[in-house]
Write a protein that binds this ligand. Sequence first.
Ligand code: AGP
Length: 609
Amino acid sequence: MCGIVGAVRTSEASGFLLEGLRRLEYRGYDSAGVVMISPGGELERTRAVGKVGELEQALRQKPLEGTTGIAHTRWATHGGVTEPNAHPHICNGTLALVCNGIVENHESLRDNQRAAGLSFSSETDTEVVVHQVYLHLQNGLDLAEAVRATIAELHGSFSLAVVHAGEPGRLVAARQGPPLLLGRADGENFVASDINALLPVTREYQVLENGDVADIRGTECLIRDRAGEIAVRTVHTSTQSGDSAELGEYRHFMQKEIHEQPRAVADTLEGRLLGDHVLEESFGSRAQEIFDATRQVQIIACGTSYHAGLVAQHWLEYVGIPCEVEVASEYRYRRHPARKGTLVVTISQSGETADTLAALEEATRQGIAGSLVICNVSESSLVRESDLAFMTHCGPEVGVASTKTFVSAMSGLLLLALVLSRRQGFDAGFESHVVRQIRTLPTALESVLGMEDAIADVAKVFGDKEHALFLGRGAHFPIAMEGALKLKEISYIHAEAYPAGELKHGPLALVDEKMPVVAVAPNDLLIEKLKSNLEEVRARGGRLFLFADPGSGFVESEDVRILQVAPVDSAIAPIIYTVPLQLLSYHVALIKGTDVDKPRNLAKSVTVE
Ligand code: AGP
């Protein structure tokens, strides 16, 4: 994942680089580093393990000067989280490079480089890349040509930026996978992994295409494509706000984003409904043509977004649309018999998840009716690559744990099910009933947030637990999966979700008085089945925590704690029942004292395979 930022300025560049790293920190925060070409024509480097704040402190002790520099925030792939493994990597004291991505053939290149007399100070694949560029320079190639020759030899998916001590005012950047953007303002040139880092200086940006090498020399920037031909890339203008998100009255972004959900969903729905009707154009100008050709839906996503897809599968199948849901990292490496009339729906908060992007590319190659992305970032790669886009309009999500974008994505997917239901012969009465329920979402979300104190109290039970089970049935099984994922990622408690009926096929063996069992239990068609499953848990001494509405008919007792959710229509229940589980994980994490917004080992945007 990692974030890259670089600049060739006419004035001091370090301020821009540091602010850029702060804005890219969501991509990885294992370590960070910066290299500047000093006024004396030398490479000056500072690196620090930990978050960008650590680097900032180090730079306060020993400020770097210069107008040309590159910087990096790391999410470790090859090599531990140590300062020697932090980027930028330097070869021969003269050449510095930052990289985002993975180089698969680094082992064989490393062997050749050792044979050529080069030594290594890190365990990273990136050090191999900087050495390779150096070897090409030694063979007489110019910096941009050396980078081009290097990327032709690398296997994998990466983007990079390089500077050379002997060429102040020059920076070479290349893309072969994860996005890399160029920005230009007042005769100065910038590169960054995403627009957030460029916004303090410019809204205008170009996106390098795979195989491109950009050669920045002072005020000039020349892009050449894979074939070495001069390439002109479209200049986009960002509409994103340049402000960094503020915490306001909240302690953590995750808490803020949980509480923003009524507003977030209202914003998602804004302009998408007309009376009791979903506006098809909410999905894009080609929506009618693509939906008319749609016979089945293939949903592809990762993590929380995958869970949104699993909920949507229930809705789509209910309205008669065959639907498969697949984890993107698996999809991309399977053979898929082409099926006419498939609408591929990707779901991604960031729009930059490498596996989802690759899966979309793979699906598109097969010949499909069209592709639709449900996404929160309008200037993202998935939006650019898809035929249709439904933007969730939730505003930036900063906490690594996805919350508001999950409920907003589900809201968008429910609208999709309604739009497709029309073509399946469902009458307007069905659509208008569900739309009336959808309109209640902001209020119902507000009401469920009122459970926070009761949930904070229950969270105390989980503080010293090592494991937890989450159960649900039907469309609430994916909500249980999401509850378990949230608990895992921010409180580091091992949590598993099961469809409650599966317990007796194995996981019941785990249940004893030490195992908290959380169940999502609204009063729906499967409630009686779920009750029987929960009785099986009680009979084994399991302690139950039930999120249920009064109609579910549970009775509280010593081993059964009920957290009452106000009754909601079953069409929107999965969206509503998500919120108490988010609050549970948040309050358990507070008790455990973890870094809620930046949990260990994770990053907000997963731009590597
Ligand atoms: C969940 O809280 C995580 N943030 C993670 O599972 C995330 O949903 C996944 O990495 C996919 O990200 P995307 O929605 O940006 O594609």
